[in-house]
Design a protein around this ligand. Structure first.
Ligand SMILES: *Cc1c(COP(=O)(O)O)cnc(C)c1O
Length: 430
Protein backbone atom coordinates (compact mmCIF):
# COMPACT_ATOMS: atom_id res chain seq x y z
CA UNK A 1 0.00 0.00 0.00
CA UNK A 2 1.10 3.56 -0.71
CA UNK A 3 1.50 6.14 2.04
CA UNK A 4 1.44 9.91 1.89
CA UNK A 5 2.60 12.78 4.10
CA UNK A 6 0.21 14.79 6.29
CA UNK A 7 1.80 17.94 4.83
CA UNK A 8 1.13 16.96 1.23
CA UNK A 9 4.45 18.20 -0.14
CA UNK A 10 6.28 14.87 -0.34
CA UNK A 11 5.89 12.11 -2.94
CA UNK A 12 3.80 9.05 -2.10
CA UNK A 13 5.98 6.14 -1.05
CA UNK A 14 5.45 2.44 -0.29
CA UNK A 15 4.79 1.42 3.30
CA UNK A 16 8.27 -0.05 3.69
CA UNK A 17 9.81 3.21 2.43
CA UNK A 18 7.66 5.15 4.92
CA UNK A 19 8.74 2.84 7.74
CA UNK A 20 12.40 3.18 6.76
CA UNK A 21 12.11 6.99 6.51
CA UNK A 22 10.22 7.71 9.75
CA UNK A 23 9.45 11.36 9.06
CA UNK A 24 8.40 12.41 5.53
CA UNK A 25 10.86 14.74 3.68
CA UNK A 26 8.41 17.68 3.97
CA UNK A 27 8.45 17.30 7.78
CA UNK A 28 5.03 15.61 7.80
CA UNK A 29 3.98 12.23 9.14
CA UNK A 30 3.16 9.31 6.87
CA UNK A 31 -0.32 7.82 6.72
CA UNK A 32 -1.55 4.85 4.67
CA UNK A 33 -3.64 5.90 1.65
CA UNK A 34 -6.63 3.88 2.83
CA UNK A 35 -7.93 2.00 5.85
CA UNK A 36 -9.16 -1.55 5.45
CA UNK A 37 -12.58 -2.32 6.98
CA UNK A 38 -12.89 -5.58 8.88
CA UNK A 39 -15.81 -7.48 10.37
CA UNK A 40 -15.34 -9.67 13.42
CA UNK A 41 -15.81 -12.70 11.09
CA UNK A 42 -12.65 -11.68 9.23
CA UNK A 43 -10.75 -12.78 12.34
CA UNK A 44 -12.42 -16.21 12.65
CA UNK A 45 -9.75 -18.72 13.58
CA UNK A 46 -7.32 -15.97 14.64
CA UNK A 47 -6.88 -16.29 18.39
CA UNK A 48 -3.31 -15.33 19.19
CA UNK A 49 -2.09 -11.75 19.14
CA UNK A 50 0.31 -12.71 16.33
CA UNK A 51 -2.53 -14.10 14.17
CA UNK A 52 -4.83 -11.13 14.82
CA UNK A 53 -1.99 -8.69 14.19
CA UNK A 54 -1.02 -10.38 10.95
CA UNK A 55 -4.57 -10.27 9.56
CA UNK A 56 -5.04 -6.67 10.67
CA UNK A 57 -1.78 -5.45 9.15
CA UNK A 58 -1.67 -7.62 6.00
CA UNK A 59 -3.62 -5.15 3.79
CA UNK A 60 -1.10 -2.40 4.54
CA UNK A 61 1.76 -4.65 3.39
CA UNK A 62 0.03 -6.22 0.36
CA UNK A 63 2.38 -5.97 -2.62
CA UNK A 64 5.16 -4.49 -0.48
CA UNK A 65 8.78 -5.68 -0.15
CA UNK A 66 7.95 -6.62 3.44
CA UNK A 67 4.86 -8.70 2.66
CA UNK A 68 6.65 -12.05 2.76
CA UNK A 69 8.38 -11.19 6.04
CA UNK A 70 5.19 -10.00 7.79
CA UNK A 71 4.24 -13.35 9.41
CA UNK A 72 7.70 -13.73 10.98
CA UNK A 73 7.77 -10.08 12.08
CA UNK A 74 4.36 -10.51 13.74
CA UNK A 75 5.32 -13.82 15.35
CA UNK A 76 8.32 -12.12 16.96
CA UNK A 77 6.82 -8.73 17.92
CA UNK A 78 3.49 -10.15 19.09
CA UNK A 79 4.77 -13.22 20.94
CA UNK A 80 3.40 -12.00 24.28
CA UNK A 81 -0.37 -11.34 24.27
CA UNK A 82 -1.34 -8.66 26.79
CA UNK A 83 -3.72 -10.04 29.41
CA UNK A 84 -7.14 -8.38 29.70
CA UNK A 85 -7.79 -8.90 33.41
CA UNK A 86 -10.69 -8.03 35.70
CA UNK A 87 -10.16 -4.71 37.41
CA UNK A 88 -11.92 -5.08 40.74
CA UNK A 89 -15.38 -3.79 39.75
CA UNK A 90 -18.08 -5.20 37.44
CA UNK A 91 -17.51 -4.36 33.78
CA UNK A 92 -14.06 -2.88 34.44
CA UNK A 93 -10.90 -4.38 32.95
CA UNK A 94 -7.21 -3.67 32.83
CA UNK A 95 -5.33 -4.25 29.57
CA UNK A 96 -1.82 -5.07 30.79
CA UNK A 97 0.59 -4.00 28.07
CA UNK A 98 3.69 -4.26 30.29
CA UNK A 99 4.76 -7.90 29.96
CA UNK A 100 7.48 -7.27 27.34
CA UNK A 101 11.27 -7.03 27.83
CA UNK A 102 11.29 -3.44 29.17
CA UNK A 103 7.94 -3.63 31.01
CA UNK A 104 6.13 -0.93 29.00
CA UNK A 105 3.74 -1.03 26.03
CA UNK A 106 6.33 0.48 23.72
CA UNK A 107 8.01 -2.93 23.46
CA UNK A 108 5.35 -3.95 20.91
CA UNK A 109 5.83 -1.10 18.47
CA UNK A 110 9.60 -1.07 18.87
CA UNK A 111 9.93 -4.81 18.21
CA UNK A 112 7.71 -4.57 15.13
CA UNK A 113 9.67 -1.62 13.74
CA UNK A 114 12.99 -3.38 14.37
CA UNK A 115 11.69 -6.50 12.62
CA UNK A 116 10.67 -4.42 9.59
CA UNK A 117 13.95 -2.53 9.33
CA UNK A 118 16.01 -5.71 9.75
CA UNK A 119 14.02 -7.37 6.94
CA UNK A 120 14.71 -4.50 4.50
CA UNK A 121 17.85 -4.34 2.34
CA UNK A 122 20.63 -2.59 4.25
CA UNK A 123 23.32 -0.12 3.15
CA UNK A 124 27.08 -0.41 3.66
CA UNK A 125 27.17 1.89 6.68
CA UNK A 126 25.22 1.01 9.82
CA UNK A 127 21.86 2.69 10.28
CA UNK A 128 21.70 4.81 13.43
CA UNK A 129 18.27 4.86 15.02
CA UNK A 130 17.83 8.25 16.73
CA UNK A 131 15.24 8.13 19.44
CA UNK A 132 14.03 10.85 21.79
CA UNK A 133 12.48 9.41 24.92
CA UNK A 134 10.58 10.60 27.94
CA UNK A 135 11.59 7.34 29.59
CA UNK A 136 10.13 4.19 28.10
CA UNK A 137 10.59 4.56 24.33
CA UNK A 138 14.36 4.59 24.54
CA UNK A 139 14.58 1.33 26.46
CA UNK A 140 12.04 -0.40 24.23
CA UNK A 141 13.87 0.69 21.08
CA UNK A 142 17.25 -0.23 22.58
CA UNK A 143 15.96 -3.69 23.53
CA UNK A 144 14.49 -4.18 20.05
CA UNK A 145 17.73 -3.26 18.20
CA UNK A 146 20.34 -4.36 20.76
CA UNK A 147 22.79 -6.73 19.11
CA UNK A 148 21.15 -6.53 15.65
CA UNK A 149 23.95 -6.31 13.05
CA UNK A 150 23.83 -3.19 10.84
CA UNK A 151 22.10 -1.04 13.48
CA UNK A 152 23.15 1.45 16.11
CA UNK A 153 20.85 3.23 18.55
CA UNK A 154 21.29 6.79 19.91
CA UNK A 155 18.91 7.49 22.81
CA UNK A 156 18.21 11.11 23.84
CA UNK A 157 16.55 11.50 27.22
CA UNK A 158 15.92 14.54 29.46
CA UNK A 159 18.45 14.45 32.29
CA UNK A 160 16.75 14.28 35.69
CA UNK A 161 13.26 13.84 34.21
CA UNK A 162 13.13 10.04 34.12
CA UNK A 163 12.95 7.70 37.10
CA UNK A 164 16.22 6.25 38.39
CA UNK A 165 15.23 2.79 37.19
CA UNK A 166 14.34 4.18 33.77
CA UNK A 167 17.70 5.97 33.62
CA UNK A 168 19.51 2.78 34.62
CA UNK A 169 17.63 0.82 32.00
CA UNK A 170 18.44 3.37 29.26
CA UNK A 171 22.16 3.25 30.02
CA UNK A 172 22.60 -0.48 30.58
CA UNK A 173 22.55 -1.87 27.04
CA UNK A 174 26.04 -0.99 25.76
CA UNK A 175 27.33 -2.59 22.52
CA UNK A 176 25.51 -0.86 19.65
CA UNK A 177 23.39 1.34 21.96
CA UNK A 178 24.50 4.77 23.29
CA UNK A 179 22.38 6.77 25.76
CA UNK A 180 22.70 10.59 25.89
CA UNK A 181 21.31 12.50 28.88
CA UNK A 182 20.28 15.87 27.44
CA UNK A 183 20.31 19.10 29.39
CA UNK A 184 16.69 19.94 28.58
CA UNK A 185 13.11 18.65 28.50
CA UNK A 186 11.64 15.80 26.50
CA UNK A 187 10.40 18.34 23.95
CA UNK A 188 14.01 19.51 23.55
CA UNK A 189 15.08 15.90 22.94
CA UNK A 190 12.34 15.52 20.37
CA UNK A 191 13.37 18.76 18.63
CA UNK A 192 16.99 17.56 18.48
CA UNK A 193 15.93 14.22 16.98
CA UNK A 194 13.63 15.90 14.46
CA UNK A 195 16.36 18.37 13.50
CA UNK A 196 18.95 15.72 12.59
CA UNK A 197 16.36 13.48 10.95
CA UNK A 198 15.14 16.38 8.77
CA UNK A 199 18.70 17.20 7.64
CA UNK A 200 19.18 15.43 4.30
CA UNK A 201 22.85 16.45 3.99
CA UNK A 202 23.68 15.05 7.39
CA UNK A 203 21.74 11.87 6.68
CA UNK A 204 23.79 11.25 3.54
CA UNK A 205 26.87 11.41 5.76
CA UNK A 206 25.48 9.38 8.69
CA UNK A 207 22.53 7.14 7.71
CA UNK A 208 19.77 7.74 10.24
CA UNK A 209 16.48 6.10 11.06
CA UNK A 210 13.70 7.13 13.36
CA UNK A 211 11.94 5.05 15.97
CA UNK A 212 9.74 7.58 17.72
CA UNK A 213 6.01 7.15 17.74
CA UNK A 214 5.99 9.31 14.60
CA UNK A 215 7.15 6.18 12.76
CA UNK A 216 4.35 4.31 11.02
CA UNK A 217 6.26 1.14 11.90
CA UNK A 218 5.42 1.74 15.56
CA UNK A 219 1.99 3.25 15.24
CA UNK A 220 0.29 0.57 13.13
CA UNK A 221 1.33 -2.51 15.17
CA UNK A 222 -0.08 -0.89 18.30
CA UNK A 223 -3.54 -1.28 16.78
CA UNK A 224 -3.01 -5.06 16.96
CA UNK A 225 -3.33 -5.41 20.75
CA UNK A 226 -6.50 -3.32 20.77
CA UNK A 227 -7.92 -5.52 18.03
CA UNK A 228 -6.92 -8.65 19.94
CA UNK A 229 -8.35 -7.48 23.29
CA UNK A 230 -11.59 -6.18 21.73
CA UNK A 231 -12.13 -9.40 19.78
CA UNK A 232 -11.48 -11.53 22.84
CA UNK A 233 -13.97 -9.49 24.82
CA UNK A 234 -16.50 -9.55 21.97
CA UNK A 235 -16.27 -13.33 21.64
CA UNK A 236 -16.71 -13.81 25.39
CA UNK A 237 -19.49 -11.28 26.02
CA UNK A 238 -20.98 -10.01 22.75
CA UNK A 239 -20.14 -6.47 23.84
CA UNK A 240 -17.88 -3.82 22.42
CA UNK A 241 -15.07 -2.76 24.74
CA UNK A 242 -14.45 0.91 25.56
CA UNK A 243 -10.93 2.10 26.37
CA UNK A 244 -9.28 4.75 28.52
CA UNK A 245 -5.75 5.28 27.19
CA UNK A 246 -2.99 7.13 29.09
CA UNK A 247 -1.72 9.63 26.55
CA UNK A 248 1.41 11.68 25.86
CA UNK A 249 2.47 11.78 22.22
CA UNK A 250 -0.85 10.22 21.25
CA UNK A 251 0.63 7.11 19.58
CA UNK A 252 -1.14 4.56 21.77
CA UNK A 253 -4.45 6.44 21.85
CA UNK A 254 -4.42 6.98 18.08
CA UNK A 255 -3.69 3.27 17.52
CA UNK A 256 -6.80 2.41 19.56
CA UNK A 257 -8.88 4.80 17.46
CA UNK A 258 -7.44 3.29 14.26
CA UNK A 259 -8.44 -0.21 15.38
CA UNK A 260 -11.97 1.11 15.90
CA UNK A 261 -11.92 2.84 12.51
CA UNK A 262 -10.96 -0.48 10.91
CA UNK A 263 -14.15 -2.03 12.25
CA UNK A 264 -13.02 -3.78 15.44
CA UNK A 265 -15.64 -4.01 18.25
CA UNK A 266 -14.38 -0.96 20.13
CA UNK A 267 -16.83 1.51 21.65
CA UNK A 268 -15.53 4.79 22.95
CA UNK A 269 -11.93 5.89 23.26
CA UNK A 270 -11.12 8.35 26.04
CA UNK A 271 -7.64 9.82 26.42
CA UNK A 272 -6.21 10.33 29.90
CA UNK A 273 -3.58 13.09 30.09
CA UNK A 274 -1.55 14.19 33.08
CA UNK A 275 -1.20 17.91 33.97
CA UNK A 276 0.00 18.59 30.42
CA UNK A 277 -3.46 19.61 29.28
CA UNK A 278 -2.99 20.45 25.60
CA UNK A 279 -5.37 17.65 24.53
CA UNK A 280 -8.02 18.06 27.27
CA UNK A 281 -8.09 21.79 26.48
CA UNK A 282 -8.61 21.10 22.79
CA UNK A 283 -11.32 18.51 23.36
CA UNK A 284 -13.06 20.89 25.78
CA UNK A 285 -13.50 23.24 22.82
CA UNK A 286 -10.33 25.36 22.92
CA UNK A 287 -7.82 25.86 20.12
CA UNK A 288 -5.02 23.33 19.70
CA UNK A 289 -2.25 25.18 21.53
CA UNK A 290 1.05 23.26 21.82
CA UNK A 291 3.17 24.51 24.70
CA UNK A 292 6.26 23.57 26.71
CA UNK A 293 5.81 20.39 28.72
CA UNK A 294 5.71 20.37 32.51
CA UNK A 295 7.16 17.61 34.69
CA UNK A 296 4.64 15.27 36.34
CA UNK A 297 4.61 11.91 38.14
CA UNK A 298 3.53 10.26 34.87
CA UNK A 299 6.74 11.36 33.19
CA UNK A 300 6.42 9.35 29.98
CA UNK A 301 3.38 11.51 29.24
CA UNK A 302 5.11 14.87 29.84
CA UNK A 303 4.43 16.15 26.35
CA UNK A 304 3.32 19.67 25.48
CA UNK A 305 3.15 19.17 21.72
CA UNK A 306 1.86 15.63 20.97
CA UNK A 307 3.43 14.70 17.64
CA UNK A 308 0.61 12.41 16.51
CA UNK A 309 -1.95 15.22 16.76
CA UNK A 310 -0.96 16.10 13.20
CA UNK A 311 -2.17 12.66 12.06
CA UNK A 312 -5.36 12.95 14.08
CA UNK A 313 -6.15 16.35 12.58
CA UNK A 314 -5.46 15.04 9.11
CA UNK A 315 -7.81 12.08 9.61
CA UNK A 316 -10.51 14.26 11.20
CA UNK A 317 -10.13 17.72 9.61
CA UNK A 318 -13.45 18.86 11.05
CA UNK A 319 -12.73 19.81 14.68
CA UNK A 320 -16.29 19.25 15.83
CA UNK A 321 -16.33 15.76 14.30
CA UNK A 322 -12.99 15.07 16.00
CA UNK A 323 -14.44 16.22 19.32
CA UNK A 324 -17.35 13.81 18.85
CA UNK A 325 -14.90 10.97 18.08
CA UNK A 326 -12.60 11.27 21.09
CA UNK A 327 -12.61 12.74 24.57
CA UNK A 328 -9.66 13.70 26.79
CA UNK A 329 -9.39 14.32 30.51
CA UNK A 330 -6.58 15.84 32.57
CA UNK A 331 -5.26 14.22 35.76
CA UNK A 332 -3.18 16.17 38.29
CA UNK A 333 -0.27 14.73 40.29
CA UNK A 334 -2.43 14.79 43.43
CA UNK A 335 -5.09 12.79 41.60
CA UNK A 336 -2.43 10.33 40.36
CA UNK A 337 -1.27 9.74 43.93
CA UNK A 338 -4.81 9.33 45.21
CA UNK A 339 -5.68 6.93 42.37
CA UNK A 340 -2.65 4.70 43.05
CA UNK A 341 -3.77 4.26 46.66
CA UNK A 342 -7.48 3.97 45.87
CA UNK A 343 -6.95 1.39 43.13
CA UNK A 344 -4.85 -0.77 45.45
CA UNK A 345 -7.43 -0.46 48.27
CA UNK A 346 -10.63 -0.76 46.22
CA UNK A 347 -9.58 -2.86 43.24
CA UNK A 348 -6.60 -4.83 44.56
CA UNK A 349 -4.22 -3.77 41.76
CA UNK A 350 -0.88 -1.99 42.04
CA UNK A 351 -0.52 0.38 39.08
CA UNK A 352 2.08 2.77 37.69
CA UNK A 353 1.51 6.58 37.62
CA UNK A 354 0.57 6.52 33.90
CA UNK A 355 -1.96 3.77 34.39
CA UNK A 356 -3.26 5.75 37.38
CA UNK A 357 -4.32 8.53 34.97
CA UNK A 358 -6.50 6.04 33.11
CA UNK A 359 -7.88 4.56 36.35
CA UNK A 360 -8.75 8.03 37.63
CA UNK A 361 -10.58 8.86 34.40
CA UNK A 362 -12.42 5.52 34.50
CA UNK A 363 -13.56 6.27 38.06
CA UNK A 364 -14.80 9.70 36.92
CA UNK A 365 -16.74 8.15 34.04
CA UNK A 366 -18.36 5.57 36.32
CA UNK A 367 -19.18 8.26 38.90
CA UNK A 368 -21.12 10.05 36.13
CA UNK A 369 -23.04 6.83 35.42
CA UNK A 370 -21.14 5.78 32.29
CA UNK A 371 -22.45 2.32 31.24
CA UNK A 372 -20.73 -0.52 29.35
CA UNK A 373 -17.53 -2.49 29.59
CA UNK A 374 -14.39 -0.43 29.95
CA UNK A 375 -10.70 -1.26 29.90
CA UNK A 376 -8.15 1.04 31.50
CA UNK A 377 -4.88 0.58 29.63
CA UNK A 378 -1.90 -0.30 31.84
CA UNK A 379 1.05 1.12 29.93
CA UNK A 380 3.94 0.24 32.27
CA UNK A 381 4.73 -2.03 35.21
CA UNK A 382 4.65 -0.15 38.55
CA UNK A 383 8.13 -1.44 39.43
CA UNK A 384 9.56 1.02 36.87
CA UNK A 385 8.46 3.88 39.16
CA UNK A 386 9.34 2.83 42.72
CA UNK A 387 10.05 6.44 43.85
CA UNK A 388 6.40 7.29 43.29
CA UNK A 389 4.57 4.06 44.04
CA UNK A 390 6.42 2.55 47.03
CA UNK A 391 6.07 5.47 49.50
CA UNK A 392 2.38 5.80 48.64
CA UNK A 393 1.62 2.13 49.22
CA UNK A 394 4.18 1.41 51.93
CA UNK A 395 5.29 -1.75 50.17
CA UNK A 396 8.15 -2.78 47.91
CA UNK A 397 7.22 -3.43 44.28
CA UNK A 398 9.05 -6.48 42.93
CA UNK A 399 10.42 -5.88 39.41
CA UNK A 400 9.45 -8.42 36.76
CA UNK A 401 12.37 -10.76 35.82
CA UNK A 402 13.48 -8.93 32.64
CA UNK A 403 13.60 -5.59 34.45
CA UNK A 404 15.38 -7.14 37.43
CA UNK A 405 18.06 -8.55 35.11
CA UNK A 406 18.64 -5.13 33.51
CA UNK A 407 18.99 -3.47 36.91
CA UNK A 408 21.86 -5.86 37.68
CA UNK A 409 23.88 -4.64 34.68
CA UNK A 410 26.21 -1.57 34.83
CA UNK A 411 24.81 1.59 33.26
CA UNK A 412 26.35 4.62 31.53
CA UNK A 413 24.92 7.68 29.77
CA UNK A 414 26.88 10.50 28.10
CA UNK A 415 25.92 14.11 28.93
CA UNK A 416 24.79 16.27 25.99
CA UNK A 417 23.91 19.99 25.79
CA UNK A 418 20.68 20.91 24.03
CA UNK A 419 22.49 21.69 20.76
CA UNK A 420 22.01 20.12 17.32
CA UNK A 421 25.62 20.70 16.24
CA UNK A 422 26.91 18.81 19.28
CA UNK A 423 24.51 15.94 18.64
CA UNK A 424 25.77 15.69 15.05
CA UNK A 425 29.36 15.52 16.35
CA UNK A 426 28.38 12.64 18.63
CA UNK A 427 26.60 10.76 15.85
CA UNK A 428 29.55 11.22 13.46
CA UNK A 429 32.01 9.92 16.01
CA UNK A 430 29.95 7.13 17.54
C1 LIG B 1 4.92 6.49 26.23
C2 LIG B 1 4.06 6.20 27.38
C3 LIG B 1 2.77 6.73 27.47
C4 LIG B 1 2.22 7.66 26.41
O1 LIG B 1 2.01 7.01 25.20
P1 LIG B 1 1.87 7.85 23.84
O2 LIG B 1 1.80 6.85 22.78
O3 LIG B 1 3.06 8.74 23.74
O4 LIG B 1 0.63 8.66 23.99
C5 LIG B 1 1.99 6.36 28.54
N1 LIG B 1 2.46 5.55 29.50
C6 LIG B 1 3.70 5.02 29.46
C7 LIG B 1 4.15 4.15 30.57
C8 LIG B 1 4.53 5.33 28.39
O5 LIG B 1 5.77 4.81 28.37
Amino acid sequence: MKTYSTRGRAPQVSISEAIAAGLAPDGGLYLPESWPRFSTADFDGADTLADVGQRLLQPFFAGDTLEAALPAICADAFAIAPPLVEFGKPGDFLLELFHGPTAAFKDYGAAFLAGCLAALPQGDKPLTIVVATSGDTGAAVAAAFHGRPGFRVAILYPDGRVSSRQAHQLGCFGDNVQAYKVDGSFDDCQRLAKAVLADADFRSEVPLGSANSISLGRLLPQAAYYAHAALKHWRASGHALNFVVPTGNLGNGLACLLAKRMGLPIGEVVLASNANTVLPDFFAGGDYAPRPSIATLANAMDVGAPSNFERLQFLYPDASELRRTLRAEAVSDAQIRAAIVRVRDERGHVICPHTACAAEVLDRLRACGEPGDWAAVATAHPAKFPEVVEPLLGEAIVPPPALAAMLQRPSHAQGLANDVALLKECLRNA
